[in-house]
Ligand binder design. Sequence first.
Ligand SMILES: Cc1cc2nc3c(=O)[nH]c(=O)nc-3n(C[C@H](O)[C@H](O)[C@H](O)COP(=O)(O)OP(=O)(O)OC[C@H]3O[C@@H](n4cnc5c(N)ncnc54)[C@H](O)[C@@H]3O)c2cc1C
Length: 374
Amino acid sequence: MAHIYDYAIIGSGLTGLSIAAALSRETKNIALIEGADVPFGVNKKVNFPTGPMNNGLRFVPDSVLSEKALRFLENLLNTKVVDTVSEEAPITYESGGFKTFLGFGDTPPAFYEELAYFTSSKRLDLAMEPYEWTQALFEKFQGEFMQRSYVTKFHQEGEKVTHVTINGSKTLHAHNFIFAGTVKDLAILLPDDAISIRARSKLSKNTYWTALCLDICHAKPVTESTAMHILNGTTQDEIGPCAGRFLPAVETENGPLQASQWMTFIEQEVTEDSEVVGMALKKIKRQIKRAYPEALDNLKLERIFVAPIIAGNGDIKLSANMTIPELENLWIASSTVNEQKNLVGSLLQAEMIVASLGFKVEASEEAPATEATI
Ligand SMILES: Cc1cc2nc3c(=O)[nH]c(=O)nc-3n(C[C@H](O)[C@H](O)[C@H](O)COP(=O)(O)OP(=O)(O)OC[C@H]3O[C@@H](n4cnc5c(N)ncnc54)[C@H](O)[C@@H]3O)c2cc1C
């Protein structure tokens, strides 16, 4: 008889790991199934000449819901994640000088909603970076981690998923399945009876946004500004603006260095088009150079990467408890189905799924959490 896990969690990014860490307080009979070689998803550590940092720009706007999301994480980790709330308006570069960024006016970019997240004047300054969150969550996980295991199909009997296929051949059985991968993939993964042809086609054809990221190690410190930069330039084009920020300069054996991280969005469909990607990167660099003319001289390192489909929910219809309506034991945890975006959406979605599974995450008693920070 095949082993039956209590929970099979598909995807070990921030969302899957948060759920895995929470459920580990209840049982060890959990399979955490990950297609990649390592856990952590997009929130992995990157080693840079300036030291370890996040895999691309990370910013958390302050709001009641951000605070709720981060409190869930603090309770899970039993440690302080947020340092302070800061207020600093985003800036832009116009007519030869820096100005407070006041909005996109009459010509917002197509990915306005994705970028608006980065334009909040109030932000949470973190005591622990997102790449450290995922590492700490993974340490709390008590079940079985299966790397290089890509779920290729869900199988149902009646209104329940009974098992999944992994890498096209292996099967894994569980009582409950939690999907924390990319929602678009459900068009392929869901069994035929679980989703109408129309809904399946909507899922695959919807507009999804891909993040195009540029991490730079400058040859010398460029600015002490910690403000979010929203740079667009003078001409309107299809590529649209980028958001970015400088990290504090650090002393290294090669003298003081500073890193900066930039991001724009492109439609997922054109991600394969190297011309579009090339043009968008060129535009980011042009805007940085315009604002800081010497910033790109003798760069120490430049890291370019594309993070596919970080936004877009495909309009999938879910039950109030976040299951697929026709499949009562398949919970959709993908962060993009949450009304909140990004890291905040990830954590709120994880919290909601954990609650829907019947659990509540309180700060653990053995090692009391630091005082509520937020
Ligand atoms: C470059 C970049 C910059 C960002 N900047 C910010 C920011 O400034 N502020 C902010 O709040 N948010 C930001 N975000 C968004 C935030 O990081 C994400 O919303 C969130 O972390 C997503 O976590 P996740 O676990 O849902 O997804 P992921 O981290 O993508 O993890 C999903 C995991 O599931 C695995 N997987 C998928 N499908 C399968 C399958 N079928 N079988 C097995 N495994 C599977 C994948 O391999 C992956 O490891 C950024 C994201 C990126 C990429």
